[in-house]
Design a protein around this ligand. Structure first.
Ligand code: HMG
Ligand code: MG
Length: 313
Protein backbone atom coordinates (compact mmCIF):
# COMPACT_ATOMS: atom_id res chain seq x y z
CA UNK A 1 0.00 0.00 0.00
CA UNK A 2 1.27 3.48 -0.77
CA UNK A 3 2.06 4.63 2.79
CA UNK A 4 0.42 8.05 2.58
CA UNK A 5 -2.85 6.74 1.18
CA UNK A 6 -5.64 7.13 1.96
CA UNK A 7 -4.99 10.71 3.08
CA UNK A 8 -6.27 11.12 6.61
CA UNK A 9 -9.04 13.69 6.68
CA UNK A 10 -11.32 13.54 9.73
CA UNK A 11 -15.01 14.40 9.42
CA UNK A 12 -17.51 15.80 11.90
CA UNK A 13 -19.62 13.76 14.35
CA UNK A 14 -17.72 10.50 14.19
CA UNK A 15 -16.32 8.26 16.95
CA UNK A 16 -12.58 8.20 17.68
CA UNK A 17 -12.41 4.42 17.75
CA UNK A 18 -14.34 1.59 16.15
CA UNK A 19 -14.37 -2.03 17.28
CA UNK A 20 -14.52 -4.35 14.32
CA UNK A 21 -16.41 -7.57 14.96
CA UNK A 22 -14.86 -9.85 12.34
CA UNK A 23 -17.35 -12.45 11.06
CA UNK A 24 -15.43 -13.94 8.11
CA UNK A 25 -14.70 -17.37 9.60
CA UNK A 26 -18.37 -17.81 10.61
CA UNK A 27 -20.67 -15.72 8.39
CA UNK A 28 -18.12 -15.70 5.59
CA UNK A 29 -17.52 -19.41 5.41
CA UNK A 30 -20.87 -20.87 6.53
CA UNK A 31 -22.26 -20.75 3.00
CA UNK A 32 -19.26 -22.25 1.17
CA UNK A 33 -20.31 -25.37 -0.68
CA UNK A 34 -16.98 -27.20 -0.59
CA UNK A 35 -15.69 -28.11 2.83
CA UNK A 36 -12.89 -25.85 3.99
CA UNK A 37 -10.42 -27.98 5.98
CA UNK A 38 -10.30 -27.25 9.70
CA UNK A 39 -6.55 -26.44 9.49
CA UNK A 40 -7.27 -23.79 6.84
CA UNK A 41 -9.96 -22.21 9.05
CA UNK A 42 -7.58 -22.25 12.03
CA UNK A 43 -4.83 -20.62 9.97
CA UNK A 44 -7.31 -18.05 8.64
CA UNK A 45 -8.31 -17.06 12.18
CA UNK A 46 -4.69 -16.91 13.37
CA UNK A 47 -3.79 -14.69 10.41
CA UNK A 48 -6.75 -12.41 11.13
CA UNK A 49 -5.54 -12.06 14.72
CA UNK A 50 -1.99 -11.32 13.51
CA UNK A 51 -3.47 -8.58 11.30
CA UNK A 52 -4.77 -6.90 14.48
CA UNK A 53 -8.40 -8.02 14.71
CA UNK A 54 -9.39 -8.58 18.33
CA UNK A 55 -12.93 -9.94 17.98
CA UNK A 56 -13.15 -12.83 15.54
CA UNK A 57 -16.37 -14.83 15.33
CA UNK A 58 -14.97 -18.33 15.06
CA UNK A 59 -17.79 -20.78 14.31
CA UNK A 60 -21.31 -21.92 15.24
CA UNK A 61 -22.53 -24.71 17.47
CA UNK A 62 -25.62 -25.30 15.36
CA UNK A 63 -27.03 -28.52 13.98
CA UNK A 64 -24.36 -29.90 11.60
CA UNK A 65 -27.03 -30.84 9.04
CA UNK A 66 -28.22 -27.23 8.92
CA UNK A 67 -24.76 -25.75 8.38
CA UNK A 68 -22.42 -28.57 7.29
CA UNK A 69 -19.48 -26.21 6.74
CA UNK A 70 -19.29 -25.51 10.49
CA UNK A 71 -19.70 -29.13 11.60
CA UNK A 72 -16.06 -29.11 12.75
CA UNK A 73 -16.66 -26.62 15.59
CA UNK A 74 -15.47 -29.15 18.21
CA UNK A 75 -12.13 -29.52 16.42
CA UNK A 76 -11.67 -25.92 15.34
CA UNK A 77 -12.42 -24.12 18.59
CA UNK A 78 -9.75 -25.91 20.68
CA UNK A 79 -7.19 -25.17 17.92
CA UNK A 80 -7.60 -21.44 18.67
CA UNK A 81 -6.80 -21.52 22.36
CA UNK A 82 -3.29 -20.18 21.92
CA UNK A 83 -4.79 -16.85 20.76
CA UNK A 84 -4.43 -14.58 23.76
CA UNK A 85 -6.26 -11.27 24.04
CA UNK A 86 -8.59 -12.14 21.16
CA UNK A 87 -12.31 -12.61 21.71
CA UNK A 88 -13.66 -15.62 19.84
CA UNK A 89 -17.47 -15.41 19.86
CA UNK A 90 -19.49 -18.39 18.66
CA UNK A 91 -23.13 -18.77 17.64
CA UNK A 92 -25.41 -20.96 19.74
CA UNK A 93 -29.08 -21.42 18.79
CA UNK A 94 -30.27 -23.50 21.74
CA UNK A 95 -29.28 -25.24 24.96
CA UNK A 96 -27.68 -28.10 23.04
CA UNK A 97 -25.43 -25.61 21.25
CA UNK A 98 -24.71 -23.77 24.49
CA UNK A 99 -23.62 -26.96 26.24
CA UNK A 100 -21.31 -27.81 23.34
CA UNK A 101 -19.77 -24.32 23.37
CA UNK A 102 -19.41 -24.07 27.16
CA UNK A 103 -17.78 -27.49 27.39
CA UNK A 104 -14.96 -26.08 25.23
CA UNK A 105 -14.61 -22.94 27.33
CA UNK A 106 -16.36 -20.43 25.04
CA UNK A 107 -17.07 -17.20 26.92
CA UNK A 108 -18.55 -15.00 24.19
CA UNK A 109 -21.76 -16.33 22.77
CA UNK A 110 -24.33 -15.14 20.29
CA UNK A 111 -27.96 -16.10 19.84
CA UNK A 112 -29.61 -15.14 16.57
CA UNK A 113 -33.21 -14.05 16.27
CA UNK A 114 -35.22 -12.72 13.35
CA UNK A 115 -37.46 -9.71 12.89
CA UNK A 116 -39.67 -11.68 10.49
CA UNK A 117 -41.64 -14.90 10.80
CA UNK A 118 -40.43 -16.16 7.40
CA UNK A 119 -36.76 -16.01 8.31
CA UNK A 120 -37.32 -17.36 11.84
CA UNK A 121 -38.93 -20.39 10.22
CA UNK A 122 -36.28 -20.81 7.52
CA UNK A 123 -33.30 -20.31 9.82
CA UNK A 124 -34.44 -21.79 13.12
CA UNK A 125 -37.51 -23.88 12.30
CA UNK A 126 -39.41 -21.77 14.81
CA UNK A 127 -41.74 -18.75 14.93
CA UNK A 128 -40.24 -15.51 16.24
CA UNK A 129 -41.89 -16.11 19.63
CA UNK A 130 -40.78 -19.76 19.74
CA UNK A 131 -37.21 -18.80 18.90
CA UNK A 132 -37.14 -16.18 21.66
CA UNK A 133 -38.46 -18.84 24.04
CA UNK A 134 -35.66 -21.15 22.85
CA UNK A 135 -33.06 -18.44 23.57
CA UNK A 136 -34.37 -17.53 27.03
CA UNK A 137 -32.67 -20.36 28.95
CA UNK A 138 -29.60 -20.07 26.72
CA UNK A 139 -29.04 -16.42 27.61
CA UNK A 140 -29.88 -17.05 31.28
CA UNK A 141 -27.40 -19.93 31.60
CA UNK A 142 -24.73 -18.09 29.63
CA UNK A 143 -25.06 -15.01 31.85
CA UNK A 144 -25.01 -17.11 35.03
CA UNK A 145 -21.68 -18.51 33.87
CA UNK A 146 -20.32 -14.99 33.27
CA UNK A 147 -20.36 -15.12 29.47
CA UNK A 148 -20.89 -12.11 27.22
CA UNK A 149 -23.97 -12.56 25.03
CA UNK A 150 -24.62 -10.89 21.71
CA UNK A 151 -28.12 -10.95 20.26
CA UNK A 152 -28.26 -10.91 16.49
CA UNK A 153 -31.45 -9.75 14.84
CA UNK A 154 -31.81 -10.63 11.16
CA UNK A 155 -33.93 -9.01 8.40
CA UNK A 156 -33.98 -5.62 10.13
CA UNK A 157 -34.25 -3.71 6.85
CA UNK A 158 -36.18 -6.03 4.53
CA UNK A 159 -36.93 -9.68 4.00
CA UNK A 160 -36.71 -11.77 0.81
CA UNK A 161 -40.12 -13.35 1.39
CA UNK A 162 -42.01 -10.55 3.15
CA UNK A 163 -40.48 -7.45 1.50
CA UNK A 164 -40.61 -4.33 3.66
CA UNK A 165 -40.25 -4.87 7.40
CA UNK A 166 -41.80 -2.07 9.48
CA UNK A 167 -39.44 -0.35 11.92
CA UNK A 168 -41.90 -0.93 14.80
CA UNK A 169 -41.78 -4.70 14.09
CA UNK A 170 -37.97 -4.65 14.23
CA UNK A 171 -38.00 -2.61 17.44
CA UNK A 172 -40.45 -5.04 19.06
CA UNK A 173 -38.27 -8.04 18.23
CA UNK A 174 -35.08 -6.20 19.25
CA UNK A 175 -36.41 -5.13 22.64
CA UNK A 176 -37.73 -8.65 23.30
CA UNK A 177 -34.29 -10.03 22.49
CA UNK A 178 -32.52 -7.50 24.71
CA UNK A 179 -35.03 -8.17 27.52
CA UNK A 180 -33.70 -11.74 27.64
CA UNK A 181 -30.48 -10.24 29.02
CA UNK A 182 -28.24 -9.85 25.96
CA UNK A 183 -25.31 -7.49 26.42
CA UNK A 184 -25.22 -6.35 22.82
CA UNK A 185 -27.56 -6.17 19.83
CA UNK A 186 -26.33 -6.63 16.27
CA UNK A 187 -28.70 -5.28 13.62
CA UNK A 188 -28.56 -7.61 10.63
CA UNK A 189 -29.22 -6.38 7.12
CA UNK A 190 -29.16 -10.01 6.04
CA UNK A 191 -29.92 -9.38 2.36
CA UNK A 192 -28.19 -6.01 2.06
CA UNK A 193 -31.23 -3.86 1.22
CA UNK A 194 -30.74 -1.06 3.78
CA UNK A 195 -30.03 2.54 2.80
CA UNK A 196 -28.55 5.21 5.11
CA UNK A 197 -31.75 7.06 6.06
CA UNK A 198 -33.34 3.76 7.04
CA UNK A 199 -30.36 2.99 9.27
CA UNK A 200 -30.69 6.32 11.08
CA UNK A 201 -34.45 5.86 11.45
CA UNK A 202 -34.08 2.40 12.99
CA UNK A 203 -31.31 3.48 15.36
CA UNK A 204 -33.40 6.46 16.49
CA UNK A 205 -36.44 4.24 17.05
CA UNK A 206 -34.36 1.77 19.06
CA UNK A 207 -32.99 4.59 21.24
CA UNK A 208 -36.54 5.80 21.84
CA UNK A 209 -37.48 2.26 22.87
CA UNK A 210 -34.67 2.24 25.45
CA UNK A 211 -31.86 0.45 23.59
CA UNK A 212 -28.83 2.71 24.00
CA UNK A 213 -26.47 3.23 21.07
CA UNK A 214 -23.34 1.85 22.85
CA UNK A 215 -25.10 -1.53 23.02
CA UNK A 216 -25.83 -1.62 19.29
CA UNK A 217 -23.63 -3.03 16.54
CA UNK A 218 -24.38 -2.99 12.83
CA UNK A 219 -24.12 -5.97 10.48
CA UNK A 220 -24.42 -4.99 6.85
CA UNK A 221 -24.31 -7.26 3.85
CA UNK A 222 -23.23 -5.57 0.63
CA UNK A 223 -25.69 -6.96 -1.95
CA UNK A 224 -26.61 -3.54 -3.34
CA UNK A 225 -23.28 -1.83 -2.62
CA UNK A 226 -24.73 0.14 0.30
CA UNK A 227 -22.81 -1.38 3.21
CA UNK A 228 -20.21 1.39 3.59
CA UNK A 229 -22.76 4.19 3.20
CA UNK A 230 -24.93 2.49 5.81
CA UNK A 231 -21.94 2.11 8.10
CA UNK A 232 -21.14 5.81 7.84
CA UNK A 233 -24.75 6.65 8.78
CA UNK A 234 -24.46 4.35 11.82
CA UNK A 235 -21.13 5.92 12.87
CA UNK A 236 -22.66 9.38 12.59
CA UNK A 237 -25.39 8.17 14.93
CA UNK A 238 -22.70 7.13 17.46
CA UNK A 239 -22.39 3.40 16.77
CA UNK A 240 -18.87 2.10 17.46
CA UNK A 241 -19.23 -1.66 16.82
CA UNK A 242 -19.21 -2.67 13.18
CA UNK A 243 -19.40 -6.24 11.86
CA UNK A 244 -17.38 -7.02 8.76
CA UNK A 245 -16.03 -10.02 6.93
CA UNK A 246 -12.45 -10.31 5.71
CA UNK A 247 -12.37 -10.14 1.94
CA UNK A 248 -16.16 -9.65 1.83
CA UNK A 249 -16.75 -13.39 2.19
CA UNK A 250 -20.20 -14.56 3.01
CA UNK A 251 -23.88 -15.05 2.65
CA UNK A 252 -26.54 -16.84 4.62
CA UNK A 253 -27.48 -20.43 3.80
CA UNK A 254 -31.12 -19.73 4.70
CA UNK A 255 -31.59 -16.46 2.77
CA UNK A 256 -30.96 -16.95 -0.94
CA UNK A 257 -30.43 -13.29 -1.80
CA UNK A 258 -27.77 -12.68 0.85
CA UNK A 259 -24.27 -11.96 -0.46
CA UNK A 260 -21.12 -11.23 1.45
CA UNK A 261 -20.83 -8.90 4.39
CA UNK A 262 -19.21 -5.52 4.25
CA UNK A 263 -15.56 -6.35 3.51
CA UNK A 264 -13.31 -5.65 6.51
CA UNK A 265 -10.65 -4.15 4.22
CA UNK A 266 -13.14 -1.70 2.65
CA UNK A 267 -14.22 -0.68 6.15
CA UNK A 268 -10.65 -0.24 7.39
CA UNK A 269 -9.76 1.85 4.31
CA UNK A 270 -12.64 4.24 5.02
CA UNK A 271 -11.95 4.40 8.77
CA UNK A 272 -8.26 5.04 8.15
CA UNK A 273 -9.12 7.90 5.82
CA UNK A 274 -11.39 9.34 8.50
CA UNK A 275 -8.61 9.06 11.08
CA UNK A 276 -10.53 6.49 13.15
CA UNK A 277 -8.36 3.96 14.98
CA UNK A 278 -8.99 0.22 14.44
CA UNK A 279 -5.61 -1.37 15.21
CA UNK A 280 -5.73 -3.33 11.94
CA UNK A 281 -2.75 -3.76 9.62
CA UNK A 282 -4.44 -3.39 6.24
CA UNK A 283 -1.64 -4.95 4.20
CA UNK A 284 -1.55 -8.07 6.37
CA UNK A 285 -5.33 -8.31 6.34
CA UNK A 286 -5.55 -7.98 2.55
CA UNK A 287 -2.81 -10.57 2.10
CA UNK A 288 -4.82 -12.92 4.36
CA UNK A 289 -7.99 -12.41 2.32
CA UNK A 290 -6.10 -12.96 -0.94
CA UNK A 291 -4.66 -16.14 0.56
CA UNK A 292 -8.16 -17.28 1.62
CA UNK A 293 -9.58 -16.40 -1.81
CA UNK A 294 -6.94 -18.65 -3.38
CA UNK A 295 -8.00 -21.48 -1.04
CA UNK A 296 -11.62 -20.96 -2.14
CA UNK A 297 -10.62 -20.75 -5.80
CA UNK A 298 -12.06 -17.35 -6.68
CA UNK A 299 -11.03 -13.72 -6.29
CA UNK A 300 -12.09 -11.72 -3.26
CA UNK A 301 -15.12 -9.48 -3.92
CA UNK A 302 -13.52 -6.72 -1.81
CA UNK A 303 -12.46 -3.72 -3.91
CA UNK A 304 -9.76 -2.88 -1.40
CA UNK A 305 -8.31 -6.39 -1.41
CA UNK A 306 -8.24 -6.32 -5.21
CA UNK A 307 -6.61 -2.91 -5.31
CA UNK A 308 -3.99 -3.73 -2.69
CA UNK A 309 -3.13 -7.21 -3.94
CA UNK A 310 -3.59 -6.51 -7.66
CA UNK A 311 -5.98 -9.40 -8.14
CA UNK A 312 -7.62 -9.87 -11.55
CA UNK A 313 -11.04 -8.21 -11.76
P1 HMG B 1 -34.63 -28.40 14.53
O1 HMG B 1 -34.58 -29.35 13.40
O2 HMG B 1 -35.94 -27.73 14.83
O3 HMG B 1 -33.99 -29.06 15.82
O4 HMG B 1 -33.54 -27.27 14.23
P2 HMG B 1 -34.67 -29.76 17.06
O5 HMG B 1 -34.59 -28.84 18.23
O6 HMG B 1 -36.02 -30.31 16.67
O7 HMG B 1 -33.66 -31.00 17.27
C1 HMG B 1 -33.53 -32.00 16.26
C2 HMG B 1 -32.24 -32.76 16.45
O8 HMG B 1 -31.14 -31.88 16.28
C3 HMG B 1 -32.09 -33.35 17.84
O9 HMG B 1 -31.37 -34.59 17.66
C4 HMG B 1 -31.19 -32.37 18.55
O10 HMG B 1 -30.42 -32.95 19.57
C5 HMG B 1 -30.29 -31.94 17.40
P3 HMG B 1 -32.12 -35.99 17.87
O11 HMG B 1 -32.59 -35.94 19.28
O12 HMG B 1 -33.24 -35.95 16.87
O13 HMG B 1 -31.02 -36.95 17.56
N1 HMG B 1 -29.76 -30.61 17.67
C6 HMG B 1 -28.46 -30.26 17.67
N2 HMG B 1 -27.33 -30.94 17.42
C7 HMG B 1 -26.17 -30.27 17.54
N3 HMG B 1 -26.09 -28.98 17.87
C8 HMG B 1 -27.17 -28.26 18.12
C9 HMG B 1 -28.42 -28.90 18.01
N4 HMG B 1 -29.68 -28.47 18.17
C10 HMG B 1 -30.50 -29.51 17.97
N5 HMG B 1 -27.07 -26.97 18.46
C11 HMG B 1 -31.98 -25.64 15.04
C12 HMG B 1 -33.39 -26.17 15.12
C13 HMG B 1 -31.94 -24.32 15.77
C14 HMG B 1 -31.05 -26.64 15.73
C15 HMG B 1 -31.58 -25.49 13.56
O14 HMG B 1 -32.56 -24.73 12.93
C16 HMG B 1 -30.24 -24.84 13.35
O15 HMG B 1 -29.21 -25.40 13.70
N6 HMG B 1 -30.23 -23.66 12.73
C17 HMG B 1 -28.99 -22.90 12.49
C18 HMG B 1 -29.12 -22.05 11.24
C19 HMG B 1 -27.88 -21.21 11.08
O16 HMG B 1 -26.83 -21.46 11.66
N7 HMG B 1 -27.99 -20.18 10.23
C20 HMG B 1 -26.91 -19.26 9.95
C21 HMG B 1 -26.60 -18.33 11.11
S1 HMG B 1 -27.71 -16.94 11.20
C22 HMG B 1 -27.02 -15.78 10.11
O17 HMG B 1 -26.15 -16.09 9.35
C23 HMG B 1 -27.51 -14.35 10.19
C24 HMG B 1 -26.49 -13.43 10.86
O18 HMG B 1 -25.25 -13.41 10.15
C25 HMG B 1 -27.05 -11.99 10.92
C26 HMG B 1 -27.61 -11.49 9.58
O19 HMG B 1 -26.84 -11.42 8.58
O20 HMG B 1 -28.81 -11.20 9.57
C27 HMG B 1 -26.20 -13.87 12.31
MG1 MG C 1 -24.88 -12.18 8.36
Amino acid sequence: MTPELPMVTPAQNLPEKVRIHEVGPRDGLQNEKSTVPTEVKAEFIHRLAEAGLTTIEATSFVHPKWVPQLADAETLFPALQDLKGVHLPVLVPNERGLTRALSLGASRLAVFAAATESFAKANLNRTVAESLAMFEPVVARAKEGGAHVRGYLSMCFGDPWEGAVPVRQVVAAATALMDLGCDELSLGDTIGVATPGHVTALLTALNEAGVATPRIGVHFHDTYGQALANTLAALQHGVTTVDASAGGLGGCPYAKSATGNLATEDLVWMLRGLGIETGVDLDRLSATSAWMAARLGRPSPSRTVRALTHQEQ
